[in-house]
Design a protein around this ligand. Structure first.
Ligand code: MG
Length: 371
């Protein structure tokens, strides 16, 4: 089987709630890239990469498409089912830029699943859990407005909340306390600063919220308070809050260093940050071997990204998959059918072969084609 054509599309994913705010950033929606990989045997694979705007990670929407234009001519006539070979070819043609490679890798997994007539989760190890626990993002806003979201989201079935902070630390302390007042014992309050605090600010917040869990039974966790790994490590050494590393976990060597330093209790595994399902699976398997739970997810995306997340999460042992995200639920735009179903704070992927999603081409804007 050979790749005969690579088509690139884009779409806007506006936020249902009007905006998404975290740390000091706020966006009304996100620019996603969809890749269709066609083969000489008539099968087509689909992949997606959606950076969270241009200033969240070193990734941006135009960069996805510029990078794919760089790579695509070198992939024509290659066998898409040979995933390690495809990834080696991409690495040989473009150093770094893992997010650029993610949508292509994802589309090749979709093709491999269709060739095997198996859902991708089987190829990733099998269905180790029947449903995938989700978190719900509580976008940064006024403290009371954030707190009011909790009963609304609980009514939708969510018990795990990613509370966006990382702005002014004094206001953030109020945000976390107000949200906690609306929460119940056993629920998860993940205070995610998305790199927004200076080291001393993070310590101020960590100390101010240290007793919430002890008094209420709420499961409080503390995620990526500062920009650099070393700042995060310093904060970690002065708090006993369960600690999550996200943005700085961008390579296997970074993960191993952090594991050696006892720098976290959990990591956030974003598929595109590691370059696709192939590399994310390596990280996932390594985390399981190291005894390290994960949030299995991506930066952002629509139905296609959510399906990829779901396949990786379904094939992860439940005790190591802390939570995931169904990003398509946050957008007003549908770009594919067959997305994982979401109910009671969990998602279930389809049993169709491949990723199980079909792009809605009419909802997409054609950008480029390579053959
Ligand atoms: Mg995070």
């Amino acid at each position: 089987m050979k790749i005969s054509r690579i088509r690139v599309f884009r779409a806007d994913l506006p936020m249902i709630e009007g905006s998404y705010s975290w740390s000091t950033q706020s966006h009304a929606g996100f620019d996603t890239t969809v890749v269709l990989v066609d083969t000489d045997e008539g099968l087509t694979g689909v992949g997606e990469c959606c950076p969270l705007g241009p200033t969240y990670l070193p990734a941006y929407a135009h960069g996805v498409r510029a990078g794919i234009a760089q790579l695509a001519p070198h992939l024509i006539n290659e066998d898409p089912t040979q995933l390690d070979r495809i990834n080696s070819l991409m690495d040989a043609q473009l150093k770094g830029h893992p997010y650029v490679k993610s949508a292509i890798d994802m589309a090749c997994w979709d093709i491999l699943g269709k060739v095997a007539d198996l859902p991708v989760y089987v190829l990733l190890g099998g269905k180790l859990q029947e449903k995938v626990t989700l978190y719900k993002v509580v976008s940064r806003a006024d403290p009371n407005a954030m707190a009011e979201r909790i009963p609304e989201y609980r009514n939708q079935g969510f018990r795990q909340f990613q509370v966006k902070v990382g702005e002014d630390p004094s206001t953030d302390i109020i945000r976390i306390h107000r949200v906690a007042e609306k929460m119940e014992a056993g629920e998860v309050l993940n205070a995610d600063a998305n790199t927004g605090w200076k080291q001393h600010e993070a310590l101020q917040v960590a100390h101010a919220i240290a007793d919430i869990g002890k008094q209420t039974g709420i499961r409080v966790t503390f995620e990526q308070p500062c920009l650099s790994y070393h700042e995060c490590l310093a904060v970690r050494q002065h708090t006993d809050l369960p600690f999550v590393l996200d943005e700085c976990m961008d390579s296997i060597s970074a993960l191993l260093q952090a594991q050696h330093d006892h720098a976290m209790d959990m990591i956030n595994l974003k598929i595109s940050r590691f370059g696709g399902i192939t590399r994310a699976r390596q990280v996932r398997d390594l985390c399981v071997s190291l005894g390290l739970p994960m949030n299995v997810e991506d930066s952002w995306g629509g139905e296609i990204t959510t399906a990829a997340i779901a396949h990786l999460a379904h094939s992860t042992p439940p005790e190591f998959q802390f939570q995931s995200s169904a990003f398509h639920e946050y957008s007003t735009t549908q770009i594919a059918t067959g997305a994982p179903s979401v109910q009671d704070g969990a998602m279930v992927v389809s049993n169709a072969s491949g990723l199980g999603v079909e792009p809605i081409v009419d909802a997409l804007e054609a950008v480029a084609e390579f053959n």
